[in-house]
Design a protein around this ligand. Structure first.
Ligand code: HEC
Length: 92
């Protein structure tokens, strides 16, 4: 999958999206499990639960496709919302 992130990704806006769409299942301030893994330090991990490195492309894939079997819903974020969420996740 090719992915071009808009240059102006905005972590503050990404935080709003996260609070609306992700926080019910993911902690942002710890790596403790809620419904899904806590996402603090996500980009500093060697690999995620699916065994892949936390690159923008791999994180995007998880967000877009989800993992319905394991309880991660696919999400239809707009491209700019997605870029903002990635920018926010990198601050965790
Ligand atoms: C209904 C609960 C739920 C919602 C809402 C949800 N997730 Fe998840 N998420 C999960 C679960 C459960 C997993 C673990 C899947 C697995 O074990 O493979 C997961 C996995 C992930 C992972 C992989 C983490 C890792 O270390 O492997 C990322 C990144 C992620 N979610 C990001 C998001 C983002 C960003 C949003 C909001 C757009 C979101 N999730 C919304 C439940 C959710």
């Amino acid at each position: 999958m090719s992915l071009t992130l808009p240059a102006m990704a905005d972590a503050a806006k990404g935080k709003e999206v996260f609070e609306e769409r992700c926080e019910i299942c993911h902690n942002a301030d710890s790596d403790e499990k809620k419904m899904g893994p806590g996402l603090k330090g996500l980009y500093k991990k060697e690999k995620m639960a699916n065994g892949k490195a936390p690159t923008d492309a791999n994180v995007t894939q998880i967000i877009q496709e989800g993992n319905p079997e394991k309880g991660m819903p696919a999400s239809d974020l707009e491209k700019d919302e997605l870029a903002n969420v990635l920018a926010y996740l990198k601050t965790l």
